[in-house]
Design a protein around this ligand. Sequence first.
Ligand code: UD1
Length: 417
Amino acid sequence: MDKLVIQGGVPLTGEVRVSGAKNAALPILCAALLTPGTLRLQNVPHLRDVTTTLTLLAQMGVDVSLDEKLGVGLTAAKLHNLSAPYELVKTMRASILVLGPMITRFGEARVSLPGGCAIGQRPVDLHIKGLQAMGAQIEIEQGYILAKAGRLKGTHIVLDLVTVTGTENLMMAAVLADGVTVLENAAREPEVIDLAECLNAMGARIKGAGSDVITIEGVDELHDATHRIMPDRIEIGTFLCAAAATGGNIKLKGTRANILDAVIGKLQEAGAHVEQGEDWIRLSTNGSLKAVSLRTAPFPAFPTDMQAQFMALNSVAQGTAVVTETIFENRFMHVQELRRLGASIEVEGNTAIVQGVSALQGANVMATDLRASASLVIAGLVARGETVVDRVYHLDRGYDCIEEKLGQLGARIKRAH
Ligand code: UD1
């Protein structure tokens, strides 16, 4: 199993280019199932979750072509297998995103109940309820969702809680439904907007993406389109946290304004200096940072996917911070590992109290999920001596060439087998 070996204590400096967003790429790849035409995607990140999704689509019969410039072409002219097997779905919860497209275009789908990060129960009941409201018949048998339908019917759906992939699945199902679907209490994440823009380029009629009411007027079919995947705001946030924690000065290129304001606000509150243009962000620090309290919540509030990385930053800041996780019930697994590096963190329920320490010491730590791994890398970059992060396969699910990019910023980091 691959490990990352980090010699800490080097402030990150220099420039690096941000990759396309994992959480936009995954639903958009699945959107290819909605049309017999070809969907051409640019800026697709090089990640294990993307490879898993391409494998999943290819085994269904989607024709997949790749070019050297991070371009992917997908044609789902005919499918020979309307099934997403456990072996693929268990490694990636986002595989559930094939359900909406398959049921609406082919009237049939068999999708394993998802696995993914071990950060909580993460049911998919709202995906299922929404599809049922549109007329699908759904049964759960032996760990599989078995869905059947004639043409889905547009309807009014109020989501019980804000779900990102739930909103995306139902939006994709609604684009080929008969009539108008209104999704209320929809997720407002920028990745939902990116998906809606791609679907509209394919001929869908979606309005309101980015607000909490999305209206979708069903059409008979979708067609060829080209779409560029938006930048990854969690990758951006992770690099900014790493730069802040190490007392560095970095410029990220290929970013987009207004997609991570809550994170930038917290970095500024901590004392970092952040400047940004249309497609770049620069962060520098002046002396040590102060610990900042935060509470995760759906967009535009502070993202749960940045909680672990900010915890690493708080661990070496001055003062005490209270970090509250409201989205997932088991998302403090990095705490135990950060403590191995010398962090002072107490957990009570969904709240962690972080008391900043003056220094961390390198140690062997284990990655437990995707973003927890990123927090351990940040802590390792700050810690004195050597940190070995084991089980980096979690990191490879969601970070494109992380050790190359950090290396470009001067970090002493290498992969060992
Ligand atoms: C997406 C992101 C993930 C991020 C999360 C929250 C992708 C591929 N993944 O995950 O990186 O951490 O949003 O921002 O975009 N829930 C239910 N029933 C459902 C669906 C969700 O109870 O049917 C609950 C979940 O358990 C969780 C909350 O709703 O407590 C939010 O989850 P959700 O937004 O659905 O997360 P994902 O879409 O899986």
